[in-house]
Design a binder for this molecule. Structure first.
Ligand SMILES: N[C@@H](CCC(=O)N[C@@H](CS)C(=O)NCC(=O)O)C(=O)O
Length: 323
């Protein structure tokens, strides 16, 4: 079965609640590394992802920026089947651990009674054969420092001080931005794309663009390249997967079309291109670019939002490196 075949029945397609609003379900598995059950160990954990998913995207960026490639195995799901009991699949890719076809089989191995949503990203413990955590915001924070003792000194969060991904002095500002960026932008595009009535679409489209205006104004307050100064932080990593999908997916396929990043938000566009095209040591060889797969997310959003037909533009999918 090809990627994102659309059978519009069953639980995977049910996104909006009865009142037409999309509400993202709480993640279920919330264990931490380090903890008595889950010690940081080389090659004990695997991160399961799909290139289309923005929540999974942020975890893969952090895995690379932190230099955890040899520490945490990456397992890619490349398909989606819609219908009861289905969901994310291994189509051309193979599950190297058990030979499973569905991500659901991992969830059921961890908990045979599990009936919640089967989502990526998911962090798997190969030793205890269970799920550590399936909440991206928590997975990325674990990656910042949980494995630091096993990493060379220069990659440790503590060593980086103010240049870390979540430096103590910036935490209140990063947390405050995360709050509105999550509600109005990261999840905001889904509230619009999955709105099941005109009224809910109308209610959500304004706040999304007001938040993008706020972001543009924030970037205008300094000449720094990143959201909080001269160094990449969590705020940049959490925003990037949504903005890189915006013009070529959300604008058309999710009807988030009052404005485009490239035409209407020059500072956000510059920030985006700065991160995307950076292949220096700062991104450990291009963590943003190598993890971005325009084809995958455009096919995915086309499947869940309509007929599966992928729009031709805008071309190029992202503008070139900033001058
Ligand atoms: N709160 C979760 C959300 C993850 C999420 O919703 N992932 C989507 C893909 S982008 C998913 O797997 N959806 C399948 C479903 O809801 O059935 C996180 O940030 O990790």
């Amino acid at each position: 079965m090809s990627q994102f075949n659309v059978h519009k029945e069953g639980d995977v397609m049910r996104q909006a609640d009865g009142d037409g609003h999309f509400r993202r379900a709480q993640s279920t598995f919330r264990h931490q590394i380090p903890s008595p059950q889950f010690a940081p160990e080389k090659d004990r954990y695997a991160l399961l992802w799909h290139r289309g998913c923005p929540w999974a995207h942020r975890t893969v960026i952090v895995r690379q920026i932190k230099g955890l490639e040899d520490m945490i195995q990456l397992i890619e799901l490349d398909g989606m089947e819609f219908g009861p009991g289905k969901g994310w699949t291994f189509e051309k890719t193979k599950d190297p651990l058990y030979g499973f076809k569905y991500l659901r089989e991992f969830y059921n191995k961890a908990d045979p009674e599990y009936v919640g949503r089967v989502t990526v990203p998911m962090l798997w413990d190969k030793k205890n054969e269970t799920i550590v955590n399936n909440e991206s915001s928590e997975i990325i924070r674990m990656f910042y420092s949980a494995f630091d003792k096993l990493l060379p000194d220069h990659l440790r969060e503590e060593t980086k001080g103010d240049a870390g991904l979540y430096p103590p002095l910036l935490r209140p500002s990063i947390d405050a931005m995360n709050e509105w960026v999550y509600n109005e932008i990261n999840n905001g595009v889904y509230k619009i794309g999955f709105a099941a009535s005109q009224a809910t679409y109308n209610a959500n489209i304004g706040p999304l663009f007001a938040a993008l205006d706020r972001l543009e104004a924030h970037l205008g307050k300094s000449s720094d390249p990143y959201l909080f100064g001269a160094h990449i932080t969590e705020a940049d990593i959490r925003l990037f997967p949504t903005i890189v999908r915006f013009d070529s997916a959300y604008h058309t396929l999710f009807k988030c079309n009052l404005k485009m990043i490239r035409h209407d938000y020059p500072l956000i566009d510059r920030w985006l291109r700065t991160l995307y095209w950076d292949e220096s040591e700062r991104t450990r060889g291009g963590a943003f670019k190598t993890s971005t797969d325009f084809d995958s997310f455009r096919r995915g959003y086309a499947a869940v939002s309509g007929s599966g037909i992928v729009p031709g533009g805008p071309l190029p999918l992202i503008l070139g490196p900033p001058s």
